[in-house]
Design a protein around this ligand. Sequence first.
Ligand SMILES: *Cc1c(COP(=O)(O)O)cnc(C)c1O
Length: 469
Amino acid sequence: MKPEDGKKSLFSKLPSVEKLLVSTSCEPVTEKYGRDLTAKAIREVVECVRNDIRSGDEASFPENESAWMDKAGSLLSEWTAPTLKSAINCTGVVVHTNLGRSQLAGEALNAVMEASRAAVNLEYNLSSGCRGERDRHVEDLLIRLTGSEAATVVNNNAAAVLLTLNTLSNGREAIVSRGELIEIGGSFRLPEIMSQSGSVLREVGTTNRTHLHDYESAITGSTGVILKAHTSNYRVVGFTCAPGLKELSGLARKTSVPLLVDLGSGTLTGLDRFGLSTEPTVSATISDGADIVTFSGDKLLGGPQCGIIAGRKDLVDKIRKNHLKRALRCCKLTLAGLSATLRLYLNPADAIDKIPTLRHLSREIDQIKGTATEVSTILKKFFGGAAEIFPIHDISRAGSGALPEVDIKSVSVAIRHKTISPDELADWFRKLDTSILGRIEDDLYRLDMRCIDSPDQIGVIIEGVTPPP
Ligand SMILES: *Cc1c(COP(=O)(O)O)cnc(C)c1O
């Protein structure tokens, strides 16, 4: 038989979708996934095998109906599996943007769940029976915690900056130091946000030095706002200068130009007791004279993704009335999670203890060392003699632009495998049912223990798993 004849006969053996759909092997599959989706999967499998025959690969031809349905079943389970999966963050970066930033406190999780499963008084005033305002669920808390006169919330801090600039400076000039024209990972670029907001960028000073008189001489009748941005992911060191916030706010007062500070992380509590002193708090920024402060809800604050705008009441009212606010507002789940997180801050000890981001950032080194020792024991048992496993001093980072370049002492568990490389080890840990994400440094694979509350978090994942060959 010529190969062409073989192909022809295989083509003629391809089953029809209808026939497979009524086969007994298909019954449990349709039961689970429904008839329509199952039919789509079968069609795709048949098409795939047809292409394989065309390209000369005949080995993939299923032997019987049950083999056909196995193929369809795998496809269906792939189609219906969630792509968003939980993972264990051993990267050493506490607020990791690619890993979804802050994990919520239990109180916030409960609040989100309650708000998602029932009707809620999101914009409904239960005492009057009239329409209410969604900001009401967080505004008083934000006022209390930041010392501002008013506050509102939008989808993220990029939206907060966009909305504020659009409200205060559309068609007018926004004055920014050349040392602060930031780009934050994942496409937040200040110059672009400015042009989207309709404000005209008026750069002053130089990359390393900007003086108060640079701002002063740039102020004209067409100035809309002075913007000060937190240089989140870099530091300008050496021969540098920039006016302090108080000086800048003095100028803003004198010239009646609002001063907007984009804080980025915006911590609500002083981190200096943890040796993390360089991040300005929101309340200090307000009391130093910022008219509006914007910051993220899911960075150092430790809540859900959102952007908070706090400051002068007349300006916040104007921002709230901007029609763009409607496009940038956040949902009941976010407000529920944010409100619950903010309520924890009313008792600062509670906040440190219960908000994972703060708890992880403030962990004592001895505690982390203890976790590293226990995890080392678990991993030694798991790998047997195939790997060298030992705790090692390491450096964590706050992440997401908070505390840029600040080294936070930590302890990692290092793994040196006898037969597989650090890259292969990283791959193996990443592909576990629940991914464990570490990092490689100095050719050594390491799992930073700062964000691991209990060694069992690692233990349960590798239980019953076969170690890498
Ligand atoms: C992170 C950051 C932003 C962007 O905040 P998102 O909440 O990610 O939108 C803007 N400005 C600064 C200074 C930041 O650090």
